[in-house]
Design a protein around this ligand. Structure first.
Ligand SMILES: [Zn+2]
Length: 236
């Protein structure tokens, strides 16, 4: 694990990258952020799963973002999760960076609908926010174990510079860096289930779809890491 701390005082915000070793945008964003000291507050930058990065794989023993709070005597990822759970305690805010192989607009993920989570999501200059209902997230993701946390899922074609500007935009909106961020109107979606059946034609993420008895917004259609077809969401 690589962990940098820059700046001092509050707020204390952590940006986590590469929980999944084949999602390198997190590391690319952190390599840019580490060069710009915050005007206010403390920024911690953590590259989580270096061994998985070395072999460009999502994980080695267990999917890290499904096993929180981890186990300090468990397998490689269980130990990383336990270490991260401990490190995350002092932070006011956690931004966890991912990328997806799905052809999709980049979006923000939250696992709670409390005001803190919604407020943090609103600071990210992206137009879509996806709430994972408890039966989906099951309390085992990193952000479930942060005081206030969000994940960002970047379309994997996103350039490192654009990803950096999105995360920096959120940090500016928190007041940690000077500069203006243009406000983005956001739509909220709630993921309530997964579609397991295969489909005869590609679905379009975030486009209202009628399929048999179901009408839903597909999320993560085309994500290669998932064994199911896509997640099903409604607008909220
Ligand atoms: Zn990921």
């Amino acid at each position: 694990m690589q962990h940098y701390t820059i700046g001092f005082g509050s707020p204390r915000t952590a940006v986590i990258g590469c929980q999944h070793g084949d999602e390198l945008i997190g590391r690319d964003i952190i390599e840019r952020l580490v060069t710009v000291r915050p005007d206010k507050g403390t920024l911690d930058l953590i590259i989580a799963n270096e061994e998985a990065i070395d072999v460009r794989t999502r994980f080695l023993d267990s999917d890290l973002n499904r096993i929180f709070p981890g186990n300090s005597t468990g397998n490689r990822e269980e130990q990383i999760a336990a270490d991260l759970t401990h490190r995350l305690k002092p932070f006011d805010y956690v931004i966890d960076v991912h990328s997806t192989t799905a052809c999709t607009q980049s979006f923000v993920v939250i696992t709670g609908l409390d005001e803190q989570a919604k407020q943090l999501a609103s600071l990210v200059p992206l137009p879509k926010v996806v709430y994972m209902e408890p039966q989906i997230a099951q309390g085992r993701s990193l952000i479930d174990h942060a005081n206030a946390g969000i994940s960002i899922e970047f379309d994997e074609r996103t350039s490192p510079n654009h990803g950096y500007n999105v995360v920096l935009g959120a940090l500016k909106a928190m007041g940690m860096y000077h500069g203006t961020v243009s406000a983005v109107m956001q739509e909220f979606y709630s993921v309530y289930g997964v579609l397991r059946e295969s489909v005869s034609q590609p679905l379009v993420n975030f486009k209202l779809t009628a399929l048999g008895d179901n009408t839903f917004y597909p999320v993560f259609f085309g994500e290669k890491a998932y064994a199911f077809t896509c997640m099903m969401a409604k607008k909220i």
